[in-house]
Design a protein around this ligand. Structure first.
Ligand SMILES: [Zn+2]
Length: 605
């Protein structure tokens, strides 16, 4: 376990705005908070907020929220101790390795896995260069990949046998369990351990820190899938890595070009472009977009020209633009992929294509134009105009809208004004569609009023907890004592109890509130969301007297409700008992409670 004092020190030295800003572009939207597009879910308008004063983040869309540690856990996909370590490194707080046996075990396992990967890479490489690799070598040579290039990318060959790698690694002392965990071995139907990659050209996949974490394999024969990657392991997770990023990182170029396959990356390298990365068989994910954002502000997408490639282009462009990366689209002519094109026309012509990149909007418009061509190659004007205007109606930037409206007007032989009018009409149509009102479910008036008062009560209690958390040191200075029982039974009472305890020895830090709330309400995400939203929205109170006054007002309302609650409780007990003496006792207590309640309501501090 990492001591709380160390965690608090790390949180104290970490500025959440600074931290989040290295992943998300934030704008100041309200007086207290910053907003940006959520890195955890897909959205067009920012609902991800950061509260500098409270050092927390919260997304009103997907409800992810918490302190800096939580943010790092989510965005870097780390466990709690790993995230603490990650932040510790950032702010120069040392955490001795020996303190966490769980983490030590995980690190040990990780080291073993990394070692297996390296041993496997050596095995594959040896097989490529020895006699057995002759077919693989001639295949590579056919694709223009000579030995020096194969070595640079660490290419190898997985022999066409069932379990040669498994045997090799077991001879080196790795356990069967470890081979399975590395993803290099799999179980056959007869329950034997067999090699995952067989008769394939092997591409090692590295992470940003140059650790070999997985492999990709291209089949040499027409059996099984053409491309195969390591499945999810402790080292490798699909959609969180990019092939070639470790190489592209050291390029002098300020751009990165994304392609679909490993061979494209290698071909581009041969063509003198050393800044290509591949998505590893998926459409670009938001994890990969974040990875790219940390490397560059300019990305060129270069996917296949088929339908799937086009959709991949549009998705990638939208994800990248959301994280603030400038996107250009490179459309390779004749429906070729970059590798085919370079082999057909040579590197010089491919490099010339880099001057023909388009903005994503122009690309989308071009796709619509191509779709609107009749069999004889003529443009079907009505179809094109309607789809083009729908597309432009969605564009937020008025200047871009006008530029492209002019282009569309030229193509269909009308005026820019006519196109802009049509765009405006479509914008109004979609506005009307979105204005449908939310209707409350049809509850009875009594149910609604009860629900309303419960909600008010919860809102008050949450507000008081937020104040007790933010101004924890003030609690000892008040001329009244807030008790845990002033809160309704459940999470809120539990949280309040911890805050009251902490105020006695000054051991509380506001940034810890989200984890405290999460801990007690683990099985009720709705509560956590509500709490985080309230926390983000709570106003700042500048003077001590304002703070005390706000606490006092809420406390007064809570205590009033508590006395009512306790009175009702006594009344229910009196009704439910058959013991006359006990009933009389409850009723007496109930009357006292009522008196106390009335006196309380009139009490003014
Ligand atoms: Zn979100």
């Amino acid at each position: 376990m990492i001591p709380d004092s160390v965690i608090n020190e790390i949180l104290a030295r970490t500025d959440i705005v600074d931290l989040v800003s290295s992943y998300v572009s934030l704008d100041k939207k309200s007086a207290a908070n910053l907003f940006g597009l959520c890195p955890f879910h897909d959205e067009d308008t920012p609902s991800f907020s950061v509260a500098p004063r409270k050092q927390i983040f919260y997304c009103f869309g997907c409800h992810k929220g918490g302190n800096a540690i939580k943010f790092i856990q989510e965005i870097e996909q780390l466990s709690f101790p790993e995230a603490v370590r990650f932040l510790g490194k950032r702010v120069d707080v040392d955490i001795p390795e020996s303190e966490d046996p769980y983490l030590q075990k995980r690190q040990q396992e990780r080291k073993r896995l990394l070692a297996i990967m390296l041993d496997a890479a050596r095995f594959y490489y040896t097989n490529l260069v020895n006699d057995e690799g002759i077919k693989a070598r001639s295949y590579l040579k056919n694709r223009g990949i000579e030995e020096n290039i194969a070595r640079r990318f660490g290419l190898g060959y997985a022999p066409a046998t069932w379990d040669r790698l498994c045997q090799h690694l077991q001879n080196k002392g790795y356990a069967q369990e470890e081979l399975l965990k590395s993803g290099l071995a799999t179980r056959s139907k007869q329950d034997n351990l067999i090699d995952f990659f067989r008769n394939r050209i092997i591409f090692p996949i590295f992470d940003r820190q140059n650790n070999l974490i997985a492999f990709g394999g291209r089949a040499l024969e027409d059996s099984g899938p053409k491309y195969l990657n390591t499945n999810e392991t402790a080292l490798y997770s699909k959609g969180r890595h990019l092939y070639g990023l470790n190489f592209a990182k050291s390029s002098k170029s300020d751009k990165i070009i994304i392609v679909e396959g490993y061979f494209d990356v290698v071909s581009l390298y041969l063509a003198g472009i050393d800044y290509a990365v591949a998505t590893l068989g998926t459409a670009l994910t938001s994890g990969q977009a974040n990875l790219l954002k940390r490397q560059t502000d300019r990305v060129i997408t270069c996917f296949d020209a088929d339908r799937a490639g086009r959709n991949a282009t549009l998705k990638a462009a939208s994800l990248l633009e959301k994280v603030g990366v400038n996107v250009e689209v490179l459309l390779v002519p004749e429906d070729k992929d970059p590798d085919d094109y370079i082999r057909a026309y040579g590197p010089t012509r491919f490099r010339a294509l880099l001057d023909t990149t388009m903005e994503p909007l122009a690309f989308e418009l071009e796709m619509i134009r191509q779709d609107s061509l009749a069999d004889d190659g003529s443009l079907q004007i009505t179809n094109y105009q309607s789809r083009a205007c729908t597309l432009l109606a969605r564009e937020q930037n008025a200047i871009l809208r006008e530029i492209y409206a002019t282009k569309v007007a030229e193509q269909i032989g009308t005026t820019t004004q006519a196109v802009l009018t049509e765009i405006a009409r479509q914008q109004n149509v979609s506005k009307d569609k979105n204005s449908g009102r939310y209707r409350d479910r049809d509850n009875t008036p009594a149910e609604r009023s009860k629900a309303k008062s419960n909600a008010e009560c919860q809102t008050d209690e949450i507000s008081l907890i937020l104040l007790m958390s933010e101004y924890n040191d003030l609690l000892r200075e008040l001329n009244f004592a807030i008790e845990a029982n002033d809160f309704s039974e459940g999470y809120l009472r539990e949280i309040a109890n911890k805050l009251i305890e902490a105020s006695q020895d000054n051991s509380f830090s506001t940034a810890n509130l989200p984890s405290l709330v999460e801990e007690v309400s683990a099985d009720d995400p709705d509560f956590l969301h509500k709490f985080m939203a309230a926390s983000i929205n709570s106003a700042e109170l500048t003077s001590v007297s304002q703070r005390k006054e706000a606490i006092r007002k809420l406390f007064h309302r809570l205590r009033t409700r508590r006395l009512e609650r306790e009175g009702q409780d006594l009344l229910t007990r009196a009704r439910n008992t058959t013991d006359q003496a006990l009933r009389a006792k409850y009723l007496t207590e109930y009357k006292e409670k009522q008196k106390e309640g009335i006196a309380w309501k009139q009490k003014i501090y």
